[in-house]
Design a protein around this ligand. Sequence first.
Ligand code: DGY
Length: 321
Amino acid sequence: MSKPKAWVSRPFFPDIVDRLREHFDVVQEPEERSFTPDELAARLKDADAAIVGLVDRIDAGVLAHAPGLRFVANLGVGYNNLDLDALTAAGVGASNTPDVLNETVADYAWALMLAAARRVGEAERWLRAGQWQGSRFEGWLGADVHGKTIGILGMGRIGQAIARRAAGFRAPVLYHNRSRLDAAIERECGARYVDKATLLAQADHLILVLPFTPANRHTIGAGELKAMKPTATLTNIARGGIVDDEALARALAAGEIAAAALDVFEGEPQVHPALLEQGNVVLSPHIASASRDTRRDMASLAVDNVLAAFGHGPCAGRPPT
Ligand code: DGY
């Protein structure tokens, strides 16, 4: 009997893909790129399963050309690239990669926030440009992080991992979330629930960790930025589109907040040109989960999820809900 077919949309760890090959005929793309809807449709036409990345949009249009598709595994915890209604209507299962990346993404959120607060990117660019002629006692003054109020908007597992790290900085944590956490989890994370207005007004360093949905597009726009402290920083490791990038660039230029750090952008890999002109923003190419170990764990979980969907092994990852 012939094996079912799996399409893997980007190259990764051959030893992990080999586990898939035991049960599937695998077609794996040789290089990382984004695919147009037509290209996705052509690649999925004969596929029974697919492993896709965050830039591969799987919607009703693509699914209409993929009659045999039974399962899509997303290489990421966020899954706004998957149209879940369309997948359900087509009877196609889906999974993401929760939990395995929580700590790595939390590390990176702190790295970005610290870099923004202490102006690491700006100072490095200045040094590399040969402008360091001697020490400047009042040069490169940034904001402290230790002892300052950390604000977290979106308090799922990654938000909680970010909050736990604050203890080492003796920094109080405020959070806002759709629903309040159990008191025991709040205690364990050392985090206090507040409404969004209080979070914006009191955070010295605000970190965004919400999933992207159409309802929370531009959750942080001109009004929210004005409501923040002029000394505050804003870090987005969640999804582009949660922040209105143009409004952010204006707020940074006007000194409405001190600095920002962004790993994600609306319309990435494009970055809003107004942001590129601002010195006081750290920009990185959506790499919060990109540690060697975690990317292996994510790939492995995606493969496990496909295998489980076809009856080979226990279900290893919960499907998106
Ligand atoms: C995810 O998994 O959704 C992250 O954005 C990857 O860095």
